[in-house]
Design a binder for this molecule. Sequence first.
Ligand SMILES: Cc1ncc(COP(=O)(O)O)c(C=O)c1O
Length: 398
Amino acid sequence: MALSFFSKNKKAIQARCRDDYPTKMRLKYAPYYHAMEAQNGTTVTLDGRDVIMLSSNDYLGLSFHPKVVEAARAAILKWGTSTNGARISNGSRSFHLELEAKLAAFLGREACHVHAAGYLSCMSSVASFAQKGDVIFADKNIHSCLWDGIRLSMATVERFSHNNPDDLREVIAQTNTDAPKMLVMEGVYSMEGHIARLPEIAEIAEENGLFSVLDDAHGFGVLGRQGRGTVDSFGLNDKIDVICGSMSKSLASVGGFVAASNEVIDYLRSHSKQTTFSAALTPAQAAASMAALDVMQTEPQHLERLWANTKKYKAILKHLGFDTWESETPAVPIVLGSKERVYPFWKALLDRGVFTVMSIAPAVPAGKDLIRTAVSAMHTDEQLEKIADALAYAMKKL
Ligand SMILES: Cc1ncc(COP(=O)(O)O)c(C=O)c1O
């Protein structure tokens, strides 16, 4: 029987999936989507062998904290596993409101809204507030969720050089318009580990009346008082309009948050498609986040240990002569410069029992192909020594 027009179209998409070059390469070299059989803190079991996890974002090491684990367990017993729908249709639960109030207070904001993924929170922090005709000034290196928010908003985008206030000033000067303007940036850049040059950038935002959105997925829990984040670390809380972030990193859960003024959050709850048409954060996720937030404020040793480990890890990398892209935080790239160097290095680390993740262009700028690593407060001294040995071994394979 002859193929109908419609079935030919369908076949074209199936062929796209089958013939895709990046997919073929990924399946051939299998660098991603490894299936670990077990996990205990920073140790995971892969193919029957224990390896050290060095690419997770569990910065404070709270994902195995007894209070966090117990809170998630108790929440499931009380509330079940899911609320099975969007909050606008079948309601919020008291734990959503409790978590939002706690996060808002911690971040010094009037209000907060939580989503089932950080990706949704950050995307909606841009897409809900900007619209066609507006201009968005975006740091060139922002996360994919923020780019998606920009695209969805249909606003005009003007990129400025990564973390470069002078370039931001120039780009603004060249954009001669009275349209509403937004600034989109990160607090700590996830790949590079750079801290935003917030004092200068916030001043420019203020001078030019930019509505500012800052994604602090990697600054929350890591910088500022008790881990309040990048904005707090600079004492600039009144200068940034929206702080969004993820609960899958320092909060040892999953989900995301948007924190801002009452009127901004009320507007988000009416206009954000990611908010109105997506199911609510689950009871276990909310409870784990709340418990982790409590631990952050009552057990300072985790933040102290995180920075002590970061210092030790960076000293190891410096001693071995690696390029870490001037990372200032526990998110530490090892820049190797080409995909030909990245793969054998990653493989050598794994052979020596250290699990990392590769990031190659176009995910990073050309020539910045890297191994992305992140230190946790949970890494032991013994693990850091093993990591040092593995790095020295991998270096010889280059
Ligand atoms: C900077 C940044 N923003 C947002 C996200 C999305 O967060 P989530 O993984 O919780 O959806 C990530 C995750 O990697 C991130 O690095």
